[in-house]
Design a protein around this ligand. Sequence first.
Ligand code: HH2
Length: 263
Amino acid sequence: MGVVNVTPDSFSDGGKYSDSAAAIDHALRLREEGADILDVGGESTRPGAAPVDIAVEMHRVLPVIEALSRRGLVVSVDTRHAQVMRAAVAAGATIINDVAALREEQALEAAASTDAAVCLMHMRGTPLTMQDAPRYADVGSEVRAFLESRVQSCMAAGIGRERLVVDPGFGFGKELTHNLQLLRHLEDLSTLGLPVLVGLSRKRMLGQLTGRAVAEREYAGIAAHLAAVARGAKILRVHDVAAMRDALAVWNAIEGDEEHHDA
Ligand code: HH2
């Protein structure tokens, strides 16, 4: 899954693709590099980010989603808002990626009214407050229990399990030790019986481990994502698609079920 941020303030690439044409070009490049899904977002959820007006968010994402879907590409919409979900699916998105796990008003109903797949992510608090000293007794079991209860709510609302994906939400209301513990025990999430998505790309934890600035965290991200794949992750949400694809080609040749044949 390649990240397409149509925002002026995303933590790693804010402002680079904030007009539709630049965002579409960027998405097409990520597709060329091997992204199977393009994740289009119009509201930054970085720590401390303020919410964006719904009309602004729609204005940012809809033309991009429309243009990419028209080309037959698989598009997910990264949004917390019911109205944006409905409009994005009408514009061609087939996946709803919600960092709030359909907890915002009407989001559950909106997702249920579509036949889109849904990624449910764990977040403690809101982007504005989530890094204010998050505390957990046992981060792994708390995140798992939260996701399990969101899966139940989805099923009660008519969203079948076959439509769901779960994500521990690295960096969303978590300190470095929480993120590491979640990653180390990622297999525990697979016991929910749903595909696991992870997004570690360029995140602060990689900076904390390497001392690198946001733009220099590509290699660190590869290591973290491969650790996640080794523990069962099925979808990787990344900015640097080409590098991740190369890493996966090597990884799968060594670890995959299929016998590798020389090209
Ligand atoms: N992380 C970000 C945004 N959306 N969605 C899922 N499912 N999992 C994640 O880990 C995740 C996500 C934050 O990264 P980014 O989009 O690069 O930054 P910003 O939120 O500042 O736009």
